[in-house]
Every structure is written in structure tokens, then in C-alpha cells.
Design a protein around this ligand. Structure first.
Ligand SMILES: C[S@@+](CC[C@H](N)C(=O)[O-])C[C@H]1O[C@@H](n2cnc3c(N)ncnc32)[C@H](O)[C@@H]1O
Length: 104
């Protein structure tokens, strides 16, 4: 699967510009290795990190050992129900969804 991970400098800028910098739970619905969520991590006590790719998921578990990790398709309604069933009040959701370049 083609993957583009957020450069750390850009992730820091996004955190600086975010209206929500602190809270209880943050979720990343397509977390990759966690590069986007990383600068937010210390300001949130709880992290829900999702990825569909098994390799990214295993790296995510190493990078964020204390997070709730979910392997699966975050666009799937049943999967969203699974997140809801964690019964956590989510303060912030971040996502850098997959995309492709089209050659014209
Ligand atoms: C563009 S990368 C961004 C990764 C990370 N959030 C970042 O910014 O560095 C997109 C990620 O979404 C994952 N992904 C793609 N489709 C997904 C889906 N339907 N549900 C969950 N994750 C998905 C990919 O495996 C990949 O790790």
C-alpha cells in the first residue's frame, strides 16, 4: 500500500494551529506510524490509534505502547461502532487519509 507519512515539522505546525491542544482522548483514524499524532501525544492522556495495514499497525504498537490500537477499516460502519463501544469521550480526531497522485 502506498503511504505518505506526515513530516514531523508539519505535524508540529498542525498542533500549533489546532484549536484543541489538550484533552483526554485523541483519535487518529489512519495513524500509520503515528507521525501526525506524535506532537499531540503528551497533551492527551488517552490515544486511540487505527490503521488498516498490519505492518503500520505493528510499528504503531511499538511507538505508542500505552495507546488503544485497532486494526481495521475506519470507514467501515461496524468499525466506527467498535470505536464508540470503547466508551471514551473523544476530544480531538486527526487524520491524514490515504490519497493518490493522478498523472495527467
Ligand atoms: C497518508 S498515511 C498517513 C499516516 C499518518 N497519519 C501520518 O500522517 O503520518 C495514511 C494511512 O492510512 C492507512 N489507511 C488507509 N486506508 C485506511 C482505512 N480504510 N482505515 C484505516 N486506515 C487506513 C494507511 O495504511 C496509512 O498508514
Amino acid at each position: 500500500m502506498k503511504q505518505f507519512f506526515t513530516p514531523s515539522q508539519l505535524a508540529r505546525i498542525l498542533r500549533e494551529e489546532s484549536p484543541c491542544k489538550h484533552g483526554h482522548t485523541i483519535v487518529d483514524l489512519a495513524a500509520g506510524h503515528g507521525d501526525l499524532v506524535h506532537p499531540f501525544a503528551n497533551s492527551f492522556s488517552d490515544h486511540i490509534l487505527v490503521d488498516i495495514d498490519e505492518e503500520a499497525y505493528s510499528i504503531l504498537k511499538k511507538n505508542f505502547p500505552n495507546a488503544s490500537h485497532l486494526l481495521g477499516d475506519s470507514t467501515d460502519q461496524e468499525f466506527i461502532t467498535k470505536i464508540k463501544n470503547l466508551n471514551k469521550k473523544i476530544d480531538l480526531s486527526v487524520c491524514n487519509p490515504p490519497f493518490n497522485y493522478r498523472n495527467r
